[in-house]
Design a protein around this ligand. Sequence first.
Ligand code: KIV
Ligand code: ZN
Length: 503
Amino acid sequence: MGNIKIFDTTLRDGEQSPGCSMNIKEKIEMARHLELLKVDIIEAGFAAASQGDFNAVKSVAKEINSTCVASLSRALTKDIDSSWEAVKYAKYPRIHVFIATSDIHMEYKLEKKPAEVLEQATEMVRYAKKYCEDIEFSAEDASRSDPKFLCRVFERVIKAGATVINIPDTVGYSAPEEFAALIRYLRENVGGMDKVDVSVHCHDDLGLAVANSLAAVKAGANQIECTINGIGERAGNAALEELVMNLKTRRDYYDADCNVDTKQIYKGSRLLTGITGVKVQPNKSIVGENAFAHESGIHQHGMLANKKTYEIMTPESIGLNENKMVLGKHSGRHAFNERVRDLGFNIEIDKSDELFKQFKALADKKKTMSDRDIEALIRDTIIKDTPELYKLESYVINTGNTITPTSSISLVGSNGERVEKVAIGFGPVDASFNAINEIVGLPIQLDEYSIDAVTEGRDAQGEVSVKIKSDGKAAKGYGLSTDVIEASIKAYINAIDNLLIAI
Ligand code: KIV
Ligand code: ZN
């Protein structure tokens, strides 16, 4: 039985998708969870892209002990230098070098002849090898490249020291049988291919990223690149949860397995959703709200008679629905800390005191506390964790269907000064945001606003995410409260804090 390495690129390709950018704290939190999930490689970012990316890769490299940490680089010495400077702190570092090999990319993007690309790829792999033993080489747009040219490039970079050869379907163009045939062809025709890991990296433009990756496994690939919830450029990358559960559920067919701890899958998906605010559709395979829900009478009857009638994998296998004690206002610190750990969070002692205080305050308002409530509190209290430049002191709203909504907001700035402003708006939230704009005195544009109930029930907490822009700079904010207007105000203030810190 083959062992398939899972290379997670949520923090790199995933983060490139609109609305999915993460700050350093969020990336570290995500990376910790990926380690718990037992993926084999974490691609922590593209160190040369910006100072922020560099710092994030370096922090992840320092934080992670048991998993390989990779940084992406174009085939340029300056990119490889940055990658190494960031990733050298990892226990198992990898430099990932890429260059495009398709005619269209070479001619129009790189403006280079194939012979020049061949030289550059070889030289840069040799250059990276001076720093690091573990070198991955990717031929961008491989599925639209001339297979004979690919053979020449791969053979040369293997000789120069590449230990992993990655074959991306960069634009999601391939069909499963065609992609499998390409992998087979390369395995048979590239000298030295049997000495390296053969990896695939598929995008989902035609909805075939997972199918193409699995077809490649059947053809002998032993590393798959993927992201949690399938986030990534354009239509996204192959979804980690789908790949892993295919391998686990159909081990008989694929004759392969992987090291991932499937019980951490659901938590990973929820953590990413919480951090980015980008939700998964309810019918999404494995992690969607309805993935294990049986609605029709016939199905329910079958499930009651024997779960295997309609269930090919259990919700417990991805970490859902385990029988747990219900937590409430009488729960003690020990049970609470244990649940937080169970949810996959590793929280420092001083922060855990604050979190427990918040938990008690909320438990006083709500009848029962679900895991989702606790996750939301962690997002609000721990992950958000921006220094508060503005603190909400009070708000008073006057609204109705026959009057113009008015909001009076009082904020305390970081200098201790209290400022109060009154504004009107289309609704109470708009009026509140207008009042806050007057206090901070910035031209702020609201790009996105979303509100969600954390759980069912009338006492549910409202979770608000906002994205704002000012002078070309963007920031996001998060707010949580049983009062949706308060949650909105908190989210807006948090976004302004993030914006001011970034400036
Ligand atoms: O899609 C792609 O080709 C990539 C490479 C850089 C691996 O993301
Ligand atoms: Zn990609």
